[in-house]
Design a protein around this ligand. Structure first.
Ligand SMILES: [Zn+2]
Length: 292
């Protein structure tokens, strides 16, 4: 599933390409992918100029000069591919052949026509979606009202992080950081990597993690997210081999899917277990199991 760094990679690429383009048409081959009323589409999408591309948690927002915004959630298998008439191409999201292949293909759900380019929303499993909404209404939709702060926001401090976690004292630390209402966009990979970096066993209850370790976790999570964005944030618009992308996605990992290998810090064997209902990778030497 595309996680926060992959969605941010999509945003960075599209933010360079989409603004100033005018939407000239839209095709949706699957109603659930883009269930908007045709009247709104005609009035607020067709003829609109793209003004900005933003992200909140794992939701992309393409702002239009009609004061409407296209919201896009990639979910399990979504990806966006931009293709200009001059051959320039950028694609990111779920890494499969559609990123580089002929489009539209059988995974294309929405095809947005622009002046001089096209934007394809491809989604093999069809859990993703595109919605057209008034920009001013976005903060009021359920998802945005509930979702926690952005972990990389400049104004998100270690004290905010601790305070949000400490409201769930009896939850395991892994479950707490995966909870999107506590903090936005931390997926399984980043949870395991951050907890390893901070030397915290994922099954430790929040109340049993020291302030110093919570501060370390804050720093480790931000570092691993930034590193991953830097790796995925290739400036090469002409792209991006789908398989190479999948490779680079995990090359930075110290514990995730490294069970049986040596911990890069202490040399003990990394194990895979289950915490918070999720496959969990840890070093049993660096990350001591809670005693209580
Ligand atoms: Zn270790």
């Amino acid at each position: 599933m595309p996680e926060l760094p992959e969605v941010e990679t999509v945003r960075q690429g599209l933010a360079e390409l989409l603004p100033k383009h005018v939407v000239t048409g839209v095709n949706s081959v699957y109603d659930k992918s883009f269930p908007n009323a045709p009247v709104d589409v005609q009035k607020f999408l067709i003829g609109a100029r793209v003004s900005a591309v933003r992200r909140r948690a794992k939701v992309l927002m393409i702002d239009l000069d009609t004061a409407y915004t296209l919201l896009i959630h990639l979910k399990m298998t979504g990806q966006l591919v931009y293709r200009a008439d001059n051959g320039e191409r950028f694609g990111a999201g779920h890494p499969n052949h559609s990123l580089v292949g002929e489009l539209p293909d059988n995974s294309t759900r929405v095809d947005l026509q622009l002046d001089g380019a096209q934007l394809f929303f491809n989604d093999q499993r069809r859990f993703g979606w595109v919605r057209l909404l008034p920009t001013s209404e976005i903060p009021n939709i359920d998802f945005f009202k509930k979702v926690g702060p952005e972990p990389l926001a400049a104004d998100f401090t270690p004290a905010d992080f601790r305070a949000r976690l400490q409201r769930r004292p009896n939850t395991t630390i892994k479950a707490a950081i995966l909870d999107q209402t506590v903090i936005a966009g931390i997926g399984n990979i980043y949870a395991d990597e951050g907890l390893w970096g901070a030397k915290i066993h994922p099954a430790t209850r929040v109340k049993d993690v020291s302030v110093a370790k919570l501060n370390n976790l804050y720093r480790e999570l931000r570092e691993v997210l930034e590193l991953s964005i830097a790796k995925g944030g290739s400036s090469d618009r002409n792209y991006v081999d789908a398989k190479g992308k999948r490779g680079s996605y995990l090359t930075f990992a110290k514990v995730f899917r490294r069970e049986g290998q040596a911990c890069p810090r202490c040399g003990h064997e990394i194990i895979k277990t289950r915490v918070a209902g999720r496959g969990t990778h840890l070093c049993p030497h660096c990350q001591k199991e809670p005693t209580s």
